[in-house]
Design a protein around this ligand. Structure first.
Ligand code: ZN
Length: 241
């Protein structure tokens, strides 16, 4: 059993729209630069399905989940405090990358990722493996009551809100995006033992990771990348003979 090749970049590899780091990322993923496929992230839960067939016409659709079963392509999401999530079917045949800040979690982006792999690629959630990368943690992510209200409005059960939002003496809350992500992935059917979280807070470790809350609007971005494996080969006639 082999998961798909994947990695999370850190601060040392700053990625902007025209930074040479993209070439290194594509090389690390083992694909050409044009086959490193991203989306235009809009803090929602829409899913894009990527293929290397027409990389030159790939125009980054508005989405926060990008899935592929094309081993010539790698898919990725960019983050700086938001949660990067990578999913792989256990053989690595089908993968997805998910971007989820508080809006994406309210919109259930992790669940949308699991559902998309089921509906479009026939992958049962219990056969998925998930990796939750560096993101702002419950130690640092203070939000106002309006954020909690947005989750309630989106229909999240009060028992979940109690798990995800810790009240603070100043009337605000600390949002635990790690727990919300894990709860959604497990709620969608991925076994707990298959959800792996790095548990590193980007703001606490702002010297290592890009953090929007620490660095402000001029912050750089990190990339979470995953690439499917090719179908396992069947033994050839020569080998059998
Ligand atoms: Zn922190």
């Amino acid at each position: 059993m082999t998961a798909a090749d994947h990695f999370f970049t850190a601060r040392e590899l700053t990625l902007g729209e025209d930074v040479a780091g993209w070439h290194r990322v594509a090389a690390l993923a083992g694909v050409t630069e044009e086959n490193l496929l991203l989306v235009k992230q809009v803090h929602g839960a829409a899913v894009a399905v990527a293929s290397a067939d027409r990389p030159r016409t790939w125009t980054r659709p508005e989405a926060d989940v990008i899935a592929t079963d094309d081993p010539r392509a790698a898919v990725g999401v960019r983050t700086a405090d938001c949660v990067p999530i990578l999913l792989a079917e256990e053989t690595g045949r089908v993968v997805a990358a998910i971007h989820a800040g508080w809006r994406g979690l309210a919109a259930r982006a992790p669940i949308a990722g699991v559902a998309a792999l089921g509906q479009r690629h026939g992958v049962r959630p219990e056969r998925l493996i998930a990796a939750i990368g560096p993101a702002i943690g419950p130690c640092c992510y203070e939000v106002g009551a309006a954020t909690r209200d947005a989750f309630a409005l989106a229909g999240h059960h009060s028992s979940m809100l109690e798990r995800w939002f810790e009240p603070r003496p100043n009337g605000k809350f600390h949002l635990d995006t790690w727990r919300a992500t894990r709860d959604q992935l497990e709620g969608a059917g991925i076994p707990s033992s298959r959800v792996h979280a790095v548990g590193l807070c980007t703001r606490t470790h702002a010297d290592t990771f890009h953090s929007f809350r620490a660095d402000g609007p001029a912050v750089g971005r990190m990339l979470a990348v995953i690439r499917p494996h090719a179908e396992p080969r069947t033994p050839s006639a020569e080998r059998l003979g």
